[in-house]
Design a protein around this ligand. Sequence first.
Ligand SMILES: [Mg+2]
Length: 325
Amino acid sequence: MSTLREELVEPVSSQTVLLVDDVPANLDVLLEHLQSGGIRLLAATSGREALVLAQKNPPDLILLDVMMPGMDGYEVLKRLKDDIATRDIPVIFVTAMSDSVDEAKGLALGAVDYIAKPFVVPVLKARVKNHLELKRKSDLLAKLALLDGLTGIANRRQLELTLELEWARCLRNGCPLSVIMIDVDHFKAYNDHLGHGQGDECLRAVAKALHGATRRAGDLLARYGGEEFVVVLPSSSTEDALQTAEALRRCVLRQRLSHPNSPVSHLVTISLGIASAVPSKTRIASHMMEVADAALYQAKKAGRNCVRRAGEELEDAGSNGSGLR
Ligand SMILES: [Mg+2]
């Protein structure tokens, strides 16, 4: 399910630091000095073990020894950078190789810092603290970049990323994917009558209602723009999507948001268009949006405050192998 802004202001969870050194005594020293301060500490005694731990549960910072038998620290860093799941984890080299050539090499590979052994404890602790603070900020920015500022739900960018991802996943698994496009009925009239401030309040309330009715963990609710919203439903057939769309429509109606200037109802209502397809290699994900938009147009033509799915002509195309149905 998509994230509402309230979830962002929850107390910050503790951050994790992975310590990597082939000499257990060195790890003990690091563990001893860093264990205070609310940080979760993990330890690995080889490059391979470090990679497995980092991929399984990416830490917020890695303190990495350079000289290790088997895979050295430089190689570990290269592999971390090659993997999308681990490439943004900041890495600090902690090493006895204090030559400036070694330091330059480590930094050029993408380490954020370089600490020479034997290290000065307060300096080590201060650097760890600073890099964790930077990581926390960059995580928050990355999260905000995918959220809609007004409603706190996913924005169009996150929608596009998710749709591409789910399309590829459903293509691999041969399962259907559905998209619901939603439009607030006569929203221009609402704004003209009550003003844009009230219009914003209305969009927030609609987003909240839609969020409440988008229940499955993998479903994504996003603001597409203006008064348009989209729900992506992975592994969902037309029938599943029809049920969800109807639940969304009723949920908004149940908010009983007054609409003083709508020919449809005295309450705020939404129109919904559904596209469902088993993804095929001859189509692209964004085509789903066009099909859902066409279905939404049909819902508006049918009098609004209703759900329509992609039309008969598309169903025919589906049986001819386009994959749309
Ligand atoms: Mg070593």
